[in-house]
Design a protein. Structure first.
Length: 355
């Protein structure tokens, strides 16, 4: 397969100048295993590991290759593997905060053109969760498309689509049934050759069924959701980049039960544009939208022009982002302090500064 089939564009070419030697090549991360990566290259599939130098230079999880990344590699004839020497700049990345209390970024997928945010219409539809996904999608630099799967199990498809369209302003919303092969044609405009899409959503929403239909044959083993709570079992166990018959590339991901935002500078205003517009009309520039006089947001709530649940979720996400920003600043300050401690220690041990 050639690089164009893998989604290569001239946007990446300028980053290759330091690696113009013939011994270097490029590949794209297809699967991320523990300490090992499966790459797509012009020579076919190839296993690779990060070089010692790159591993030493990385300080965070997000500095390591992720599925969808373009990497600079050097083949090792001795064991038919490759060494990853660098990651080319990401044109987009879908990130979240790692699960748990640790303040660290986890890159779910890189260099994605379109994100399919998949939700189920079988009782799993959650508007607040979709808003959270939208923040991460807008922040990633990719274009979001909301896919409402399992339309065959819903008696009020039109009403559900309208409810999602009301919170996903300007975002395409597609209702379909992957299991029944109904409505799948609506996805075709996003599946052009060389384009990369990512399937994201909770467990049990049917991402693997959609992936199988787009691929034309089974990629993942599909399991039924649990009875009673419409929750699915983790069918996809790892992220992987798949070349589709249409020529597009698809990143299928495991279901994410815990989705914590990592950044929202652009994502929050894009997801809640009407609240941001109302806030600019408030009498006080630092209005907290509580009981201040002349608050346009509170007036919209009273008039019924703004949904109470949507506004409460906006406030919750805003508080979450503010807290995360403070934690990130503290972590950056500690990292900088540790860096200078190492520099001073190195200088003290240098022969030139020893008596």
């Amino acid at each position: 397969m050639n690089l164009e089939q893998l989604g290569w564009s001239d946007r990446y070419a300028h980053s290759l100048k330091p690696y113009c030697e013939q011994t270097f090549a490029v590949g794209r991360v297809a699967v991320e295993y523990r300490q090992t990566y499966l790459l797509y290259t012009e020579q076919g599939e190839q296993l690779a590991e990060v070089s010692g130098k790159l591993r030493h230079q990385t300080t965070d999880l997000q500095d390591f290759p992720a599925v969808g990344d373009w990497v600079v590699i050097q083949s090792r004839p001795t064991d038919h593997r490759a060494t990853i020497h660098a990651i080319l700049p990401r044109m987009s990345k879908f990130s979240r905060k790692v699960a748990g209390s640790k303040t660290e970024e986890q890159v779910i997928a890189a260099n994605v053109d379109t994100v399919f945010l998949v939700s189920g219409l079988d009782g799993d539809l959650n508007l607040r969760r979709i808003e959270r996904y939208l923040i991460l999608a807008w922040e990633s630099g990719a274009n979001p498309v909301i896919v409402l799967n399992k339309a065959d199990l819903c008696l009020q498809v039109a009403q559900q689509v309208a409810a999602v369209e009301a919170i996903a302003i300007g975002v395409p919303v597609i209702a379909l049934s992957a299991a029944q092969q109904q409505g799948m044609d609506a996805l075709q405009p996003y599946l052009q050759s060389g384009q990369t899409i990512a399937l994201l959503g909770s467990s049990g929403v049917g991402k693997s069924t959609i992936a199988n239909q787009l691929n034309g044959e089974p990629i993942q083993t599909v399991q039924a959701v649990r009875q009673g709570d419409d929750r699915g079992k983790h069918t996809t166990t790892h992220r992987q980049l798949i070349l589709l018959p249409s020529g597009a590339l698809m990143i299928d991901t495991p279901g994410m039960r815990e989705l914590q935002v990592w950044s929202g500078t652009e994502g929050l205003p894009e997801t809640f544009p009407e609240i941001e517009t109302l806030a600019q009309q408030c009498h006080f520039r630092d209005c907290q939208h509580q009981q201040e006089p002349g608050c346009a947001v509170q007036q919209a709530l009273v008039d019924g022009h703004l949904d109470q649940g949507r506004f409460l979720n906006y406030q919750k996400l805003q508080r979450e982002l503010h807290y995360l920003t403070r934690k990130q600043d503290q972590r950056a300050a500690l990292a900088e302090k540790e860096r200078w401690k190492k520099i001073h220690k190195s200088l003290r041990n240098h022969p030139k500064y020893q008596e």
